[in-house]
Design a protein around this ligand. Structure first.
Ligand code: NDP
Length: 265
């Protein structure tokens, strides 16, 4: 059926997530925590997620207190396909098929390529890339049956820019951009949009050592046209856009939220 202009929401209604259920993987801290809070503020029923049950529950409680609504939590290891299937099944039993999935859980490992250890490579690929395949595959089944859904991956500027010591991390993030296009190819006919957000350098638990390194911190400020590190709230507008009806004709894209870093040399 052709979409009429009347069916396309405009104004703030286009960004309203009331009635939608959203899972944000790895949202017990850092970027994910702010993304979960942003979705809750936009009206969604949010599920905070991590591996540490007490930490995820505490984060959910903190967000719930701020927004004045219930926020749930879920615990499973995104690198374990059986745990993913069981975890999503439990959520669907309670909430029905999810409306929004944010594939945010991720790790970093650093070493020169000649010193890079097999176990660090394996951890990076399983946590940053295989997890997106496992969780998206399972969540998309419910979305396909319903005929709508939003899949949003958290990539990185490292999908486009290389730096010494993080070649395997960059490879996982480059793959995320391409996996996002593939999800679009398979799922767009089912009314599902798959997009990615690629953050620049953000001050979170993951990057504490870099933030504390004054020489590196200065390099980030100089290399970023905005002249500063990202704050996690800088990502919320892009996320709410990609999670909402406002982006229903945006599919397979990576949106760089990096203060201009990838736009300039
Ligand atoms: P943090 O280290 O602060 O948080 C990582 C989150 O992922 C935690 O909630 C952690 O939960 C969860 N997690 C990690 N491994 C697993 C696993 N196997 N199963 C389930 N949950 C897991 O990271 P950031 O917030 O900084 O990063 C979030 C995302 O943003 C990552 O994908 C990262 O690559 C990306 N990013 C970050 C940038 C930055 O500058 N910080 C820049 C660009 C991209 P728990 O502790 O319970 O395991």
């Amino acid at each position: 059926m052709a979409t009429t202009d009347a069916a396309v929401a405009t104004g703030t209604a286009a960004f309203d997530l009331t009635g939608r259920t959203a899972l944000v993987t790895g949202s017990s801290q850092g970027i994910g925590r702010t993304l979960a809070q942003g979705l809750a503020e936009a009206g969604a029923t949010v599920i905070v997620h991590g591996r540490d049950a007490a930490k995820a529950a505490a984060t959910a409680d903190g967000i719930a207190t701020g927004v004045g609504r219930d926020v749930r939590s879920a615990v499973f290891d995104v690198t374990d396909p059986s745990a993913v299937d069981a975890g999503i099944q439990a959520l669907e039993d309670e909430h029905g098929a999810l409306d929004i999935l944010v594939n945010n859980a991720g790790i970093q490992r650093r070493a020169p390529i000649t010193e890079f250890r097999d176990e660090d490579w394996t951890d990076l690929v399983s946590t940053n890339l295989s997890s997106v395949f496992y969780v998206s595959r399972r969540v998309a089944r419910g979305m396909v049956a319903r005929g709508s859904g939003k899949l949003i991956q958290i990539g990185s500027v490292q999908s486009q820019l290389a730096r010494p010591g993080i070649a395997p991390y960059s490879a996982t993030k480059g793959a995320i951009a391409m996996l996002t296009k593939g999800l679009c190819a398979d799922l767009a006919p089912h009314g599902i949009q798959a997009n990615a957000i690629a953050p620049g350098y953000f001050d979170t638990e993951l990057t504490q050592a870099l933030v504390a390194d004054e020489r590196f911190s200065e390099w980030v400020r100089g290399r970023t046209p905005a002249g500063r590190w990202g704050r996690t709230r800088d990502l919320v507008g892009a996320l709410v856009f990609l999670a909402s009806p406002a982006s229903d004709f945006v599919n397979g894209q990576t949106l760089y939220v990096d203060g201009g870093m990838t736009a300039v040399v």
